[in-house]
Design a protein. Structure first.
Length: 118
């Protein structure tokens, strides 16, 4: 519980720090624009290219994760079916059709004989 509280306080403090930096950013940009020319990185960041790249990555990632989920569900179902058939084989006898060995029949004692000996 203490760890959760400490992590929450840390996250709130990081959020406040980012808010303060974001509030002061426009003032810095106005001063920087008047003194410097835009570099290639600045033009790239302010263009639509990062937004388009983000949309492409999100689309691909969504499709990939859905397909991975379907594959894992199919794999899980096949393992479950195999385990069920293995469980049925163990419950009904061996897989080759032979019945299970009954150890009570092998021993000469019956349950009645056991109770009289004790």
């Amino acid at each position: 519980m203490l760890q959760m509280i400490v992590s929450n306080i840390f996250m709130v403090s990081v959020g406040v720090f980012l808010y303060i930096v974001a509030r002061s950013l426009p003032r810095l940009q106005e001063e920087a624009q008047s003194t410097q020319k835009k570099s290639v990185i600045d033009r790239f960041v302010t263009s639509d290219i990062p937004r388009k790249i983000d949309e492409i990555i999100n689309s691909f990632l969504g499709k990939f994760l859905r397909k991975t989920k379907v594959f894992l569900m199919r794999f899980d179902n096949s393992i479950t079916k195999k385990l069920q058939t293995m469980g049925n084989e163990n419950n009904n006898g061996n897989s080759n059709g032979k019945p299970k060995i009954n150890f009570d029949e092998i021993t000469s004692e019956t349950p009645k004989n056991r109770s009289t000996q004790e």
